[in-house]
Design a binder for this molecule. Structure first.
Ligand SMILES: Nc1nc2c(ncn2[C@@H]2O[C@H](COP(=O)(O)OP(=O)(O)OP(=O)(O)O)[C@@H](O)[C@H]2O)c(=O)[nH]1
Length: 398
């Protein structure tokens, strides 16, 4: 009997010891090294800070279903991957941009310049030649009024100064075109903050003309001038517009204030300028939607946007974006905007895609507002301050 009791005690002790050993082995799994990770889950060097499939490391790991042995790994084992640090780009300085872009401008506009030069340096300029000159100007969208004016001035000069050699013709054309484009208009952007408020730039225009792109490019122009900028995505109509704008902002480290899709544009504009005042920014640029079919609707919306902005700070610049490729038709649409808000400057986009650069003259004449900026490509730094002399030189292929 005693032997039996001793045997039972030994068996019980042996079972307890085995049990403890088993628990100890399971506990040691905590110290096992984490599973090797897929290379794509590591940090990546993106430029926009947006996540793509390869960036889902931590999210994918945290969402692993639990229940099976391998999946019950303690949370401490998970490696936290920092989101990628966006690479902030350094935009190109603004000085001399139109000179860099002149080749592009000359490529698109040289037909007009060369055509006019050829006609004007003929030995004998008869009525037919003058008509050809007039046609060339009208075809390039210079507009009826400015065309008649220019032809009249050229006629007078040729009459007084005699038939022109190639060089003389170029000189006459250059000076008359410069007069027509206007050298004494104020083309500076009003983007200097006051002691209390940021400068506020409101960007308006028909949809598709390049507003959002222009706001993004303009932010780069200002960043290159060391200004603190905030973007306001008040184009709540198009789903992708706010994201598109934020991507532009991210690239140069500029914040974008956004609202819900289909939300009130005025409320986004208000929040953007409020942020600009609170953060003592230099400039707030507000992008708007242009998709309104009636003048009353447009007036209501843009009027409201402007009114709520002005509760915080005056609007210093209203830029109307016009697509140069839409010619006279675009001008008609643009006129509606000019009737609704006080436009202070024009941005003529896509000048690289049309030979009808004469629209610059027509637009200014029609709306009585100077062209301040020109878009010469889809590239990030393809927006330039408009300089009449550089424009005319490009036109004449110098
Ligand atoms: N070639 C060329 N394309 C341009 C220029 N500026 C803008 N674009 C292109 O024009 C297209 C329309 O530009 P957006 O900025 O989206 O136009 P938007 O006016 O904001 O359009 P909505 O948001 O629909 O009102 C884009 O494909 C741009 O890349 C330019 O100067 N040259």
């Amino acid at each position: 009997m005693e032997y039996l009791v001793v045997a039972i005690v030994i068996v019980v002790v042996a079972l307890v010891v085995l049990g403890l050993l088993a628990v100890g082995r399971r506990g040691r799994r905590v110290d096992l090294p984490p599973e090797p990770r897929e290379p794509s889950a590591g940090p990546r060097g993106g430029t926009t800070g947006e996540r793509d499939e390869g960036d889902k490391g931590p999210v994918a790991t945290a969402e692993r279903p639990t229940g099976t042995g391998a999946d019950t790994a303690p949370v401490e084992e998970l490696e936290v991957v920092e989101p990628p640090v966006p690479t902030i780009e350094r935009p190109e300085p603004v000085q001399g941009r139109l000179v860099r872009l002149r080749a592009r401008l000359a490529r698109s506009q040289s037909t007009l310049g060369k055509g006019l030069l050829g006609l004007l340096s003929r030995d004998r300029i008869d009525e037919e030649t003058w008509e050809e000159i007039e046609d060339a100007l009208l075809t390039a969208d210079v507009g009826v009024g400015p065309t008649e004016e220019l032809v009249e001035r050229l006629r007078t000069r040729v009459r007084v100064e005699g038939a022109a050699s190639q060089d003389h013709a170029r000189e006459i054309l250059r000076s008359e075109l410069l007069t027509l484009v206007g050298t004494d208009l104020d083309r500076s952007l009003h983007v200097t903050r006051t002691s209390t408020n940021p400068a506020v730039v409101l960007v308006v225009g028909v949809n598709g003309t390049g507003k959002t792109t222009t706001v993004g490019k303009l932010a780069r122009v200002l960043v290159a001038e060391d200004k603190d900028v905030i973007l306001g995505a008040a184009d709540t109509f198009r789903a992708a517009a706010a994201a598109q704008l934020a991507t532009w902002g991210d690239r140069v480290g500029v914040p974008t204030i956004r609202g819900p899709e289909g939300g009130d544009p005025a409320s986004v504009a208000f929040d953007s300028v409020k942020a600009g005042v609170e953060q003592e920014s230099d400039v707030v640029i507000v992008d708007t939607a242009g998709r309104l079919h009636t003048k009353t609707g447009l007036m209501d919306e843009l009027g409201k946007v402007k009114r709520v902005i002005e509760k915080q700070a005056p609007v210093s610049e209203v830029l109307l974006v016009i697509d140069a490729t839409t010619g006279q038709n675009g001008l008609t649409q643009a006129r509606v905007f000019a009737e609704v808000v006080d436009v202070t400057g024009i941005v003529l986009t896509k000048l690289d895609s049309t030979a009808k650069g004469g629209i610059i003259i027509a637009v200014q004449r029609e709306l009585g507002v100077p062209v301040k900026l020109v878009g010469l490509g889809e590239g990030a730094d393809d927006l330039a301050p408009f300089e009449p002399a550089a424009f005319v030189d490009a036109l004449l292929g110098e």
